[in-house]
Design a protein around this ligand. Structure first.
Ligand SMILES: [Zn+2]
Length: 225
């Protein structure tokens, strides 16, 4: 696992060069955003320790396997003190409910952990404001750090070879588009993230993009075609 410090509050944790999780520093320790695939619990806990704290909260952008894969193992290691939250609809999908009509693309693994909080947007998790961004998955959420305007956008965008909306195939990382549930809603959510005017955009797959406004505008224009 590679750990990259991005400003004062944020660490990007990357596995296999392509799958990101994030540590957001708070006064009492870290909020972990996403958990990557299975097998990462020890590495994520060690990355938090190396960054100077413990994981106090886990917040998930969405329920796909490359984001919730190590959730059960983290819960087993960290116990009941860790507070877990994720989008309402994705939590219900992982609980086995049918919440949307038709096909649901992407990998939805067996997850035993029940989130403490189901998010719908507008909540606060420490310094993070929850922003509803459905489309890539039905209950996808993004997180905006109110301290510096950094936005953790999950899979609304990817950033390999430049910022791209995950509603259409992008040759550098086609997997995000393959897993997207509703391309129209995903594009709408890309506009919502753009309207937050992020100081820094970080995503589930690809490097961080400082001052991403122009790149997001171009990505949204391409995605409308
Ligand atoms: Zn995904």
């Amino acid at each position: 696992m590679r750990s990259t410090k991005l400003g004062g509050h944020l660490f990007q944790l990357t596995r296999f060069g392509a799958i990101n999780a994030y540590l957001v520093r708070e006064a009492d320790g870290f909020t972990l955003i996403d958990t990557t695939l299975g097998g990462a619990a020890d590495g994520l806990i060690a990355a938090a320790a190396a960054a100077g704290g413990e994981i106090k909260r886990i917040a998930l952008t969405h329920g796909h396997g490359d984001h919730v894969g190590s959730l059960d193992a983290l819960k087993a290691r960290l116990g009941s003190t860790v507070q877990i939250s994720m989008g309402e609809l994705d939590a219900r999908i992982l609980a086995g409910e049918t919440v949307v009509e038709g096909k649901l693309p992407g990998s939805w693994p067996n997850v035993k952990t029940v989130p403490d909080t189901r998010l719908v947007g507008g909540e606060r998790i420490g310094s993070l404001e929850v922003v509803a961004t459905p489309g890539h998955s039905p209950g996808h959420v993004a997180f905006r750090d109110i301290r510096d305007g950094a936005v953790i956008a999950g899979d609304v965008f990817t950033s390999f070879g430049g910022v791209a909306v995950s509603n259409h195939f992008h040759f550098r990382f086609p997997f995000a588009a393959m897993a997207t549930w509703d391309g129209g809603k995903d594009l709408e959510s890309a506009r919502v993230v753009r309207a937050l005017n992020p100081s820094l955009l970080v995503v589930g797959h690809g490097p961080a993009t400082p001052l991403p406004a122009a790149a997001m505008d171009a990505a949204i224009t391409r995605a409308q075609r």
